[in-house]
Design a protein around this ligand. Structure first.
Ligand SMILES: [Zn+2]
Length: 312
């Protein structure tokens, strides 16, 4: 007889906690080319406010089915992506690409498998390895902590198929060409080119007007991959976070990284410390001061740049 009131009390006391069937609030999907949709998520880190959702899930409708890229940060985010996807096509999802090991890009895999259990999950070999060796639990916990438990119930569905650099996946009449690297944003990164559509999904190697969190990567690698993204000469670039567009935002990232690295190097050689460098860099990079995550990531980037220079 005591069970019902107890459950009612628990429910009342836990307004933030999501149930196992919850879905994040809806964000619109944008049709960016004939067969491709992107949900441009809000920029920033996972939070109670954004219910964990802050990346750019996308899908490409092919003749044989749908290919999803990065279905989001949690099962709850992935369910929202799946619901939006189903408004655009009746075809099943056959493949999912995950651009890298950071959980905001792949913990939504679970929601895809809830509906299409036979979908093939594809990722970088080192992403698969790291996820199996504990990055899965790390990201599930981090996502839950940052959303105060909203993402509870999220499980890791780790890719089972490896994608190699230069490999081409022919799916339903489209060619998904892989550009992979081992020292860029997360050291487990794939960029995915849809050859026929001249679209490049950059993952987090290129962000749209956002200062990168580079704690798991290297400046050298990100700059190399930014150049590689430009050399693809895509018509349309889709970043891991921020708005899609032509090559301009990719050029902007290249300029930001090049300036930051050159200035840190110059001041490092002059014996300056990171706190002396910061005001100089704030001035030199002021054209970018409105970018997302400027306040959070610029300082750490300077420290990371110094570490990288010391290790050369
Ligand atoms: Zn990300």
């Amino acid at each position: 007889m005591r069970i019902v009131p107890l459950l009612a009390t628990l429910a009342f006391c836990s307004p933030v906690l999501a149930g196992p069937n919850d879905v994040v609030r809806t964000y619109p999907a944008q049709k960016i080319s004939a067969d491709t949709y992107v949900i441009h998520g809000p920029q920033g880190v996972p939070s109670v406010e954004n219910q964990s959702f802050m990346n750019n899930p996308a899908w490409v409708i092919t003749a044989d089915g749908v290919v999803v890229i990065d279905p989001g940060s949690s099962v709850q985010a992935g369910r929202m992506v799946v619901a939006q996807l189903r408004k655009t096509t009746k075809k099943p999802v056959t493949h999912v690409f995950n651009t890298h090991v950071h959980g905001d890009h792949w913990l939504g895999n679970q929601a895809v498998l809830e509906v299409w259990p036979k979908a093939t999950l594809i990722g970088h070999p080192d992403m698969i390895k790291k996820a199996r060796e504990g990055a899965d639990a790390f990201w599930i916990q981090l996502m839950s902590d940052m959303t105060k438990g909203y993402t509870e119930g999220t499980r890791a569905e780790i890719p089972t198929v490896e994608a190699a650099d230069g490999q081409e996946f022919k799916i339903g009449g489209k060619t998904f060409r892989i550009h992979s690297s081992t020292d860029a944003h997360s050291k487990t990164d794939l960029m995915i080119e849809i050859v026929e559509d001249r679209t490049l999904f950059t993952g987090d190697n290129v962000l749209g007007r956002q200062v990168m969190n580079l704690r798991d990567g290297t400046f050298k690698g990100v700059l190399q991959e930014t150049d590689r993204a430009l050399s693809v000469k895509a018509r349309l670039y889709v970043p891991g976070h921020g708005k899609s567009g032509d090559h301009k935002f990719v050029e902007e990232q290249k300029a930001f990284f090049s300036t930051l690295m050159a200035e840190v190097r110059r001041m490092y050689d002059a014996g300056k410390s990171d706190y002396e460098m910061k005001p100089v860099l704030v001035e030199k990079l002021k054209a970018y001061k409105d970018w997302a995550e400027w306040d959070a990531n610029l300082g750490p980037m300077i420290s990371l740049a110094i570490l990288e220079i010391e290790q050369e």
